[in-house]
Ligand binder design. Structure first.
Ligand SMILES: [Cu+2]
Length: 461
């Protein structure tokens, strides 16, 4: 019998592209001969701070930050990965409900893509919104060195904004000479994670974007950092939250120190001031010293828009779980203390500090352990995320979107998401329909936590 491993190995040897089967609307689109675009990750250099070129930057774009990709809801999207890095990589499409074979997790869903090899990612995004992409191999290094980019899936009918600005929020661990320093400290990995030293939006420190005076602006932010949980607010104009993690919120609300953790996204509507030159600052207040992440500057004579004229974004077609008949599965997120061998596969960093249901999964390996839960295709489930640690964990499920149900610590709204920020000692129940077959990772998106054990996968068949 052909095992998953030999199957992946054979696909690799024959050089064929693994295309997903899927069901219930997750069919992989037929690979068109020419991709919409080609991403070529490679090693480059770039000035992130004070015009000091940082060497050994990884990007999907030789000249600068990874491109903001745009797909259209309900239309086939075809990206070719051409690996120009001197190591293996893959691309994971964070938050997208797509066929399992397109999910970009080495060994679990596809073979490694080695230097000079290619892999075609072909899928049709069912949902519109703000998503992002990154490798799922040697993840701490490859993401820390630069491989995080935004993917925007545009609505079928374009919403009526005067500008659409997106921000890729992330830090870098650079020394005073502008060069990379150690990416993590083990004692920090065992706590909240190791923070960066240089803070950027779109690879710039506090960039300014000119937008029409008096216009209605859509401002999207994705936290692609490996560690930092942002707390966002604006100065200079009020901001309205219109979507979280790609999904339109059921009811708009004013931005007020909103937590946005690694992997999460936020879409804001901002009505710019009428006078040319006036500024609106996006501020992070999660640290003792707050700072401006990015600035919008009014340009031209006022468009005199009214923010109340904006129509709500159309809902995404996520199936509604049957809570009456849903199966309840608890997941305990705990600290653990074990030493672990560095097995070298996909960047295991040699410690295990964390566990899910008392199992530490040290990253992707050729022989992953059994799934933590086996789900029946088409059935509804309630996952109970129980954080038994003194730290906040952004818990990310691949390939599916879930609805927040309740928490033992706070009132939560029924937002739909792929990444839930679970507070210390919080128990958060979420629900979804298991409508997408395959092996799907469930992990903390603080990458040091993921890489030191807070990772696992579920199986839907
Ligand atoms: Cu975590």
């Amino acid at each position: 019998m052909q095992t998953r491993r030999s199957f992946l190995k054979n696909s690799l040897i024959s050089g064929s592209t693994v295309l997903g089967g899927g069901s219930l609307g997750f069919l992989a689109s037929q690979a068109s001969a020419t991709p919409n675009l080609v991403l070529r990750p490679s090693v480059t250099e770039f000035s992130l701070h004070k015009n000091q070129p940082t060497k050994n930057i990884f990007s999907y774009n030789q000249m600068g930050p990874p491109p903001v990709l745009r797909a259209k809801q309900g239309e086939p999207f075809h990206v070719r990965l051409e690996n120009k890095l001197p190591e293996a990589t893959t691309i994971h499409w964070h938050g997208l409900r797509l066929p399992n074979a397109m999910d970009g997790v080495p060994f679990l869903t596809q073979p490694y893509v080695y230097e000079d090899e290619t892999f075609d990612y072909v899928f049709t995004p069912p949902d519109a919104g703000t998503f992002w992409y990154h490798p799922h191999c040697n993840t701490l290094e490859q993401m820390s060195y630069g491989l995080t980019g935004l993917l925007i899936v545009d609505e079928k009918d374009t919403p009526d904004f005067d500008a659409d600005i997106s921000l890729n929020l992330r830090d870098w661990r650079l020394g005073s000479d502008g060069q990379f320093i150690n990416l993590y400290k083990a004692r920090k990995s065992a706590r909240a994670g190791t923070f960066g030293t240089i803070k950027t939006a779109n690879w710039e420190e506090n960039p300014t974007y000119e937008v029409p005076s008096g216009g209605n602006i859509r401002l999207r932010a994705a936290v692609t950092d490996v560690t930092r949980i942002f707390k966002l607010m604006t100065k200079g104009a009020k901001a309205t939250v219109i979507a979280l993690d790609g999904y339109p919120v059921p009811k708009h609300f004013d931005l007020n120190h909103q937590n946005v953790g690694p992997g999460q996204r936020i879409d804001l509507a901002i009505r710019m001031p009428d006078e040319e030159g006036q500024e609106v600052a996006l501020i992070n207040s999660s640290s003792s010293k707050s700072w401006t992440v990015a600035t919008l500057k009014a340009k031209g004579s006022s468009l005199k828009r009214d923010i109340r004229d904006l129509k709500p974004l159309p809902e995404n077609p996520v199936p509604i779980p049957d809570l009456e008949n849903a199966e309840y599965i608890p997941f305990e997120f705990t600290a653990t203390a074990e030493s672990a061998p560095k097995n070298g596969f996909c960047g295991t960093i040699g410690f295990s500090f964390w566990a899910i249901n008392r199992k530490s999964w040290l990253g992707v390996s050729p022989d992953p352990m059994e799934p933590l839960a086996e789900l029946k295709l088409g059935k509804s489930y309630i996952f109970s995320f129980r954080n038994r640690t003194p730290h906040t964990h952004p818990i990310h499920l691949h390939g599916l979107s879930f609805t927040l149900l309740k928490s033992n610590k706070r009132k939560i709204d029924p937002f739909i998401t792929d990444t839930a920020l679970v507070l210390p000692d919080e128990r958060m129940d979420v629900a979804f329909v298991a409508d997408n077959p395959g092996d799907w990772l469930l992990h903390c998106h603080i990458i040091e936590h993921q890489k030191t054990g807070m990772s696992s996968f579920i199986r839907i068949s």
